[in-house]
Write a protein that binds this ligand. Sequence first.
Ligand code: NDP
Length: 624
Amino acid sequence: MNTTDLSAPDPGTAGPAAVEPTAVEPTAVEPTSGEPTAADLGRLRERYRAERDRRIRPDGTAQYRRTTGEFGFYADDPWSPPVAREPVRDTVDALVVGGGFGGLVAAARLRDAGLERIRVVDTAGDFGGTWYWNRYPGIACDIESSIYLPLLEETGGMPTRRYPPGEEIRAHARAIGERHDLHRDALFGTEVTGLDWDGDTDRWQARTDHGDEIAARYVVLSSGPFNRPKLPGIPGIETFAGHTFHTSRWDYDYTGGDATGGLDRIGDRTIAVIGTGATAIQCVPHLAEGAKHLYVVQRTPSTVDVRDDAAYDADWWASLEPGWQRRRREDFLNLVNMLPPEHGGQGVADRWTDIAPVRGAVRYARTRGTETLSEALEIADAEKMDEIRARVDAVVDDPATAAALKPWYRQMCKRPTFSDRYLQTFNRPDVTLLDTGGQGVERITPRGPVVGGTEYPVDAIVFATGFELGADPATRAGVDIRGRDGRTLASAWADGLSTLHGWVSRGFPNLFHVGALQNAASVNFAHVLEEQATHIAAVVAAARRRGRPVVEPTAEAERDWVRTIRERAVDGHAFLAECTPGYYNFEGRPRRRNEQFGGGPVEFHRILREWRDGSLDDVLGGAG
Ligand code: NDP
């Protein structure tokens, strides 16, 4: 059982192991109000199902609007001017598609492996990926920085806080680029459009939207899960006459202020923010402080747990023994995946290590013999959600607003959030929660959103409506990829993904995938990406030592892994089918085929280590 990645990857493959609701005797406290609690699991289940059912829409994932066509301006980079330059024609050792943390750590590790020419290409104007684009007020990470920030122990320096602001994270991305001399060959403001394998030279030929033609021995694909913002499919969205923008393209010319807040140009403006996910949780308090009036338009409330941020203590930081980042990361990974920590805990426990499945596993261990795993998980989840809902009552003054802000689903149905400011915002007289009862905004007129038959005139609408997730892994990078004999990756994977350990695929030599594909992700996605990068670079180093130009899995090795993935997939279907709709369950229609390794990331990382300590014949031996 594992708690797979919830902060990033392949939607629907995330979520805890299957947990079929079963009849159990309640052990929690008696309900103190008319609302169901852990003390009455039957009623709680009914409530959860009712909330799910009234949110399921026939159009499912098709309800959203892509940021193309009339919304194509979202592809523009608000943070850097367009790049005008002569096309590049050259040969490099490695081409890395994507300069977010996945691409950066891959490039850094390839540099460590001795590669000289490494060209990172990104549509953004600098490194950082999602931390480059997302600069909304209040942006911060909610994974502790000591374990989140990649290569931190090597790069050095102490983050200011446990959960540092986005600006600091972006600066760290730049620091990785500088330390590994990656700016030198980087092409920013540039999109890779095509990749063709040239079997004569054993190189990839890359094309870009700037007319570049780059030959590369190795290509790393790391397009990231949050590379395309999406808009809600609300009728009339295009008719709104006021100002609009998506949170990932924040318009500070309009709002004033910066990512730390201080939105000083909207004091006479009425603003609506649509969406109440992890992004809204962070930016809503700042919008409320700046705007004359703020409407928070809610379809489904998030779970908002305690954040408990604090500045790091310099003495404690100085006391960390070498190897601390690996140890802290491993212990966090174990804890969130319901395993005992290997290094004594390292003090990494926080609200993530207290999420419902972790509590459930602890409960199961304690009550072994009297409760099944399903029962223990369900009861622990109900108790956790009781606490989350009780917190709303404790913080929010107006009972009707508090009632609307309570989430009615199991905690891992949606991405958990953490804030000590969001719920408090609803006590302000200049903030109104517009709860849509799970139905979403009815329509948008030229004057504003319509909710419950009432039009709310506003000056601006901010879309905190997330990103296109669940795109086809073969095409989501937007690159036309043709491997041996001109075969496209899309056609090779038409009947399902096929990789060895998620990072390399037969017919596509020297093309390495970084991200969530037939592997095991986790909430600390940056850790997982670094494991993948280390692995790829180790194989490349071995290939170079042995004078082998081509890394490509044998048919047998790939087949074996695909079989393993199918046999040991994370079976989240039953759990996700009971969940309120969202991107974890493809808007209420979880897919049966699951491409995440059910053994979880701890076992997966061990599999990778043991495999690469072996002969590597699977990719350097019989292939080619
Ligand atoms: P999400 O996809 O999580 O949230 C989108 C929101 O828009 C939901 O509340 C959704 O409601 C709402 N919505 C969609 N359509 C409509 C509609 N028609 N009417 C009203 N509301 C609508 O996007 P976010 O940008 O918040 O987060 C994306 C991901 O980014 C997170 O899941 C997380 O992984 C990552 N993130 C991580 C952070 C970190 O600290 N590490 C911080 C911020 C984001 P509904 O729930 O009903 O679908």
